[in-house]
Design a protein around this ligand. Structure first.
Ligand code: F6R
Length: 244
């Protein structure tokens, strides 16, 4: 628990910098799983600052994003492809070929094969060293809504109505929010060697307490993180306020 979201974000940015520099010194790439949404914005801002002011290079970094809305083009104002480029990739020296984001434009008939290939690419990269997560009020991680099993893999999913309501403002109305998304599965996430889930503000306090303290179950997919050997919830005081 950190006093502020800024402080917590800076702590995670420092951990990422150590991972990236250690891997680079060993002649290997650091493989990082990334999230979108409002929660990691401060983290990305800090990583961009470290790149500009402290010479932190991302030339040896490979990234895999958790998820993407299905059925919207990359250029859409709310696409995660666009979000990641605007918030991070356009401001650092990561090679474009090292960036992986689920493709929301893949036709339905090709999605299954596309998802299998995403899993293969993660394996080929050596697996994810550090996975960054946010959490939805439904308890989703990635877009693994309630009902997602601990062994679920990358797939096309239907978004929960609460998740679509939460996104309505960004899409200028709930009717414009896509109904489906491609997401890494809970099992894909649990395969990461280390996981850090971020949450800020009182609106996340209930779900953080449930995810950390209730028995792991499909009704709250984030609760499966309790079963991971190296998972941390990094929260501010408000998000921690309902922990017992
Ligand atoms: C985004 C993602 C989602 C968000 C979650 C919280 O890639 O996977 O699980 O992390 O919906 O969103 P914010 O951060 O906007 O509250």
């Amino acid at each position: 628990v950190h006093d502020t979201a800024d402080e917590a974000s800076r702590a995670l940015a420092r951990e990422i910098a150590v991972l990236v520099r250690d891997r680079a010194a060993a002649g290997r790439a650091a493989v990082i799983g990334l999230a979108t949404g409002s929660t990691p914005v401060r983290l990305y801002r800090e990583l961009v600052r470290m790149h500009r002011e402290e010479g932190l290079s991302f030339k040896n970094v490979v990234t895999f994003n958790l998820d993407e809305y299905h059925g919207i083009p990359r250029a859409h104002a709310e696409s995660y492809w666009r979000f990641m480029h605007e918030q991070l990739f356009d401001h650092i020296d990561i090679p474009p070929a090292a960036v992986h984001i689920p493709d929301g434009t893949v036709p339905r008939a090709a999605v299954f094969d596309w998802c299998r290939d995403y899993e293969r690419q993660i394996k080929e990269a050596g697996g994810i060293d550090l996975q960054i997560l946010g959490i939805g009020r439904t308890g989703h991680i990635g877009f693994n809504e309630p009902g997602s099993g601990a062994d679920s893999r990358t797939r096309l999913v239907t978004l929960d109505s609460m998740t679509r309501r939460d996104a309505a403002r960004d899409f200028l109305g709930e009717a414009n929010v896509p109904r489906h998304a491609i997401t890494m599965g809970v099992g894909t996430i649990l395969d990461a060697r280390r996981i850090v889930l971020l949450a800020w503000g009182g609106a996340k306090a209930r779900v953080i307490a449930d995810a950390a303290e209730k028995p792991p179950s499909e009704t709250l997919p984030a609760s499966f993180l309790q079963q991971h050997p190296d998972a941390t919830f990094l929260v501010d005081r408000a998000a921690a306020s309902e922990l017992t």
